[in-house]
Design a binder for this molecule. Sequence first.
Ligand SMILES: Cc1cc2nc3c(=O)[nH]c(=O)nc-3n(C[C@H](O)[C@H](O)[C@H](O)COP(=O)(O)OP(=O)(O)OC[C@H]3O[C@@H](n4cnc5c(N)ncnc54)[C@H](O)[C@@H]3O)c2cc1C
Length: 428
Amino acid sequence: MNSSAESYSRALWWSVPPDPRPTLSQPEEADVAIIGGGFTGIASALFLAQAGKRAVVLEARHVGFGASGRNGGQVIPGLKHDPEELLAEYGPDQGARLVRMVGGAADLVFDTIATHGIPCAPVRGGWIQGAHSPLALKAVQTRARQWQAQGVPVEMLDRDQIAERSGTPVYFGGWRDPRAGALQPLDYVRGLARAAEAHGAVIFENSPVTGLTHEGAGWIATTAGGRVRAPRALVATNGYTGDLVPGLAQSILPVQSMIIATQPLPEDLRRTIMPGGVVLSETRKLAFYMRQTAEGRFLIGGRGAVGPAEKPALIEALRRGMARMFPQIAGIGIDHHWSGHIAMSMDGMPHLHAPAPGLHVMLAYNGRGVAMATAFGKMYAEHVATGEPVLFPATPVRPLAWHALRKPVMDLGIRWYWLKDRLGLASK
Ligand SMILES: Cc1cc2nc3c(=O)[nH]c(=O)nc-3n(C[C@H](O)[C@H](O)[C@H](O)COP(=O)(O)OP(=O)(O)OC[C@H]3O[C@@H](n4cnc5c(N)ncnc54)[C@H](O)[C@@H]3O)c2cc1C
C-alpha cells in the first residue's frame, strides 16, 4: 500500500532535488520562529524578512514537503464564503477589508512571482467553476454576481461556452473568474524560500519541532539538534499538524487529495482541452479539479480518502471521471499519481488562532491554499511589523468532539456528499 506522506517525490513537479539546507544544530534567536515550510510558513518568512524581521523557519522534512509541493497549482482567489457573507458576518469595514484581501490573493501571488522572478511557469487564464446541476448553476451565478458587484469582470458561461472553453460537455454552465491562474507549485514554494533567504530569513530542514513552550516573554521551539527562541511563534503545519498546540490536530480534518496526470497530449487536443492556462473545478462537494500543465499534460484531482495510505479506489475514480468527461483522452496513458493532505475546517473558513500571547496558528484553507496561504503570510507579517490587530478574525482552537472517530464519520460524510452531488444540490 502506498503511503500518502511519501508520495511527494512521485508528484509531477518533482524533477529537481531540493536545495541543500542545514539542519538546526545550535541555539538561534529570531523575531518569529515559524514551524512548517509550506506556503504559509515560507510566505510569512518572506514578507517578515522584507519588513526587516528575522524569521527562522523549522521544517520537519524539506521546503514544500507537505501540500505546498504537491498540489494542483490552481491559483484561485476568494474563500468558499462569498463577499456578501463576509460583509454580513464581519460588518462593512472589516468585511470589506476581508473581501479585498481574499479577492486580491491571486494578484498577490502573481505580483510576488514577478517581483522576485520566481521561475514557476505562472499563467493567468482564469478559473472556471463548472455547475454539475441546474441548482448548482443558480448558486454559482449568485457568487459571480457578488464578485461583479465588487468590480471584478467575471464572465457567466452557458452550457455551450463552458464546453468550448473546457473541452467537456458535462456542465450546465458556470462562471469564469479572470483573476485566477496556474503555476508549478513546488517551484513556487522553492522560489519563495530562496527570495525569503535573500532577504535574510533562515530556513532549517530535517528539523522537526518536538516542543513549543512559552518561557519568559517568548517562545522556544525545540528540535533534536537545537532550539529557536523568539518573542513570537507561528505554527504553519496545516494537514500535517501534530500535537505542538493542544487540541489543534483535533480541530481540523486532514483529508487526502489525490491527483493523476496524463502523458503530454497531442497538439490538437491541447488546443481543445482547457487551453490557455484556464483551470477548472466543480460545484460538487466531492469535486474534481483539473488543468493542463505547461508540458500539455492533463491533470485531474479529487478528494475523499482519510488516513495515511493512498486509496487505489480514488485513483480509479479519477481515471473513470476523466474518461467520462473527456472521452477524447481516455486512451492516453497516465504516468503520474500522487497525493497529499489538506486541512479542512467544519465551517469552511481558514482558521487563524492566537491561543496564547505571541503565538499564532494559520491553517485550513480548505483546498485553496496556493493563493490564500500566501495572502495569510502577508497579513501575518503586516501584523507583526505594524503591531496592528491581525485582519482575519481569530477564533479559539475548537477540537471536534468526534475527532477520534473521524474515519468512520467521514466515510459516512463522503456517502452523504455523494448523494447530495447525485441529487444536484449546490455545494461551495
Ligand atoms: C493533492 C493536492 C492538491 C491541491 N490542489 C490545490 C490547488 O490546486 N489550489 C490550491 O489553492 N490549493 C490546493 N491544495 C491545497 C494547498 O496545497 C494547501 O492549502 C497549502 O499547500 C497549505 O500550505 P501550508 O503551508 O499551510 O501547509 P503544507 O504545505 O502542508 O506545509 C506544512 C508543513 O509543516 C511541516 N511540519 C509539520 N509538523 C512539523 C513540525 N513539528 N516541525 C516542523 N515542520 C512540521 C510539514 O513537513 C509540511 O512541510 C491542494 C492540496 C493537495 C494535497
